[in-house]
Ligand binder design. Structure first.
Ligand code: 48H
Length: 258
């Protein structure tokens, strides 16, 4: 049978539109498809929640692909290994309490498992603002990343959601928008973003979990954005805290959803 280019085009447009329309009203919208956002999406989808992830870049995975300084291996500690085991990602023991994993296997498998569990992942879409009602975030404002890159003046579209997970990593973009635009305090000590501190892996890994929580009504932070919001250290290429944070935020939001 001969192939028709217009059928191919129509198939893509219709199927993509179906996916996006389905996601206009969500239980959980995740901003950023780094390791913590992907883990969160995986567990929420597994719990039967309607969850979508919006990622600015062409590729998902955030800062995990490059391991440490482009050596594409990551390190995880004992506590986080069960997550990789559940995802069927191979780990190799190094010294006591240290395991390594191939960063490409981690991201590709995690992404695949999240999608197969039912999460929708949209790449090339940036979250540029939030929707607010009565001092509570009720949605995300999204636009094509290309619009931003080209500096075009094109209005965005909006996704309604019961909860937002801010997983934008170091730049902590969603919390920055809230801090700048919403006339209310964040749920931090100063009421503002406390900011990320320098390297201290051990302290940072513990703090990441402690700081994985609601940072503004309707918005939970996880991964590096949790540390940036609540003011803690960075940890370099140990990723256990990111994985555990993604799981913790999924459990917390799942509880709130009831
Ligand atoms: C849509 C956006 C937007 C936006 C950003 O940086 P990430 O990998 O985030 P985490 O927190 O899951 O993992 C952090 C880890 O990779 C890391 O950097 C570590 C452990 N650093 C330690 C250290 O010492 O440096 O992923 C965030 C993702 C990226 O893919 C961004 O492109 C995306 O979010 N993103 N997507 N709309 N406004 N902003």
């Amino acid at each position: 049978m001969k192939l028709d280019e217009v059928v191919i085009s129509r198939a893509i447009i219709e199927r993509y539109t179906e996916k996006l329309v389905e996601c206009l009203d969500l239980d959980v919208a995740v901003a950023g498809a780094g390791p913590s956002g992907l883990v969160a999406a995986y567990y929420l989808a597994k719990a039967g929640r309607k969850v979508a992830v919006f990622e600015r870049k062409l590729s998902v995975g955030g800062g995990m692909w490059g391991g440490g300084m482009m050596f594409n291996e990551i390190v995880v500690q004992e506590e986080a290994r069960p997550i990789l085991e559940e995802l069927e990602i191979e780990t190799r023991s190094y010294l006591e309490n240290y395991y390594t994993a191939d960063s490409i296997e981690c991201i590709s498998t995690l992404t695949s498992k999240a999608i197969k569990a039912g999460a929708r992942i949209f790449n090339l879409i940036s979250v540029e603002d939030v929707m607010i009602r009565d001092n509570q975030v009720t949605g995300l404002v999204i636009n094509w990343s290309a619009v931003d890159v080209a500096g075009l003046h094109v209005d965005p579209l909006t996704i309604r959601t019961r909860f937002v997970i801010e997983a934008t990593g170091h730049p902590v973009e969603i919390m920055k928008v809230i801090e700048r635009k919403v006339d209310a305090k964040l749920l931090t000590v100063s009421g503002r973003i406390e900011g990320e501190k320098s390297m201290w892996a051990d302290a940072a890994e513990t703090a990441t979990l402690m700081h994985t929580r609601e940072a503004f009504p309707g918005v939970y932070v996880c991964g590096m954005s949790a540390n940036a919001t609540f003011g803690s250290y960075r940890m370099g290429p140990i990723f256990g805290g990111m994985l555990l944070s993604g799981k913790k935020v999924a459990e917390a939001v799942n509880r709130r959803l009831g």
